[in-house]
Ligand binder design. Sequence first.
Ligand code: ATP
Ligand code: MG
Length: 431
Amino acid sequence: MTAIQALRGTRDILPDEIIYWQHVEAVARRILNRAAYREIRTPIFEQTDLFERGIGEATDVVSKEMYTFKDRGERSLTLRPEGTAGVVRAFIEHHLHAQGSAQRLWYLGPMFRYERPQAGRQRQFHQIGVEVLGSADPRADAEVIAIATDLLQTLGLKTLRLEFNSIGDRDDRQHYRQALVDYLTPFKEDLDLDSQDRLTRNPLRILDSKDQRTQDILQSAPSMLNFLSPASQQRFEQVQQLLTDLGVSYRINPRLVRGLDYYTHTVFEIQSDDLGAQATVCAGGRYDGLVSELGGPETPAVGWASGIERLILLLQQQPLTGSALDIYLVSRGKQAEAQALRLAQTLRQLDFSVELDLSGSAFGKQFKRADRSGAVLCLILGDAEAETETVQLKWLKTGTQESVAQADLVATAHKLRQRITAEQAAEQPVS
Ligand code: ATP
Ligand code: MG
């Protein structure tokens, strides 16, 4: 019988890789918590309508990429392709706006899009995202961007670029859209097929085209920046000033637009040169129109989402050192094995991470596994140790060995902790 495999575009995250995921998640939690963002968890599937209205039917996400199906009650459901629509639905449904001040929220979890899988592009992927709902202040735009750069820097990611633009308010965008269509229409036949289609459905998205011919034509296209109203222009300059004050460097990219319909004013992307075609690791902007579009009160909002797979691809380009494991425990002989099982449990209760070798094989084989385990300390229990209720400590980096009474080891656990931490720090662990 043929074995069943994971679906195309989905991946198992195996134990060898999980250290990266736990690291990214732990750093994100720390950075978001200390900025007073609160976590929100919304369902994986929602009414299809939520995404059609919230993202826009003319976008690639809605028109081509959604996993939409009928449930047994004939309702049209969709696996969430992004996080914002669900967060906004929850914000409205639970009257979070009634709590007065701006709501700072974050989320983390799987998203689903029917795309052509390649490195950094999957059908089930994961995002970390933030949303600030209820503030039109340019400081909110600057804050979310600064938090994104803080997160990426704390993760140790280098050579990242922040691209930044304003797409103005709805009216500005409407005017620009018309100017762009007027400019591009005479070249229609020369555009790539997707762009020809977008000319009527979603012309701003043509700026995003990867086609060289289309990009050449766009060289002389009108610039969004010339269509900003004085108020939009002023707002754009304010956010720039705040970013400069915060020491966040950016590049203005007048061609930067976002695929989702609900963006206004600030849009930004953070890109890496080390990811090939899937260069964007974080993308976001302001979406003042979305909450009312989904039936809530007029609520200005700004946020971003970052693709965790792409962050991890970058992290994996740097060497991974360090291990979460403190102690590897080897034992042989009936009495020794029984004592080792108890000692492992006692040490775990004292908050050491301990792996107990269960093989019962020769000491030599167990030592080899101890070396491979990444632990800094190996504890050894044989017949002689069992008899005297002692244990051998072998420090795996230096090979130094000593014998200690089991009871003393437990009684002076804080000393053991200090020494293990010092040995691990010398290895510069990732977390
Ligand atoms: P792209 O142009 O790469 O398709 P997008 O504009 O569709 O990106 P967003 O909807 O803004 O992306 O999502 C925010 C982030 O989520 C992206 O910058 C990327 O890091 C990540 N992301 C989006 N789609 C995928 C995917 N299919 N697989 C992995 N990560 C993804
Ligand atoms: Mg996409």
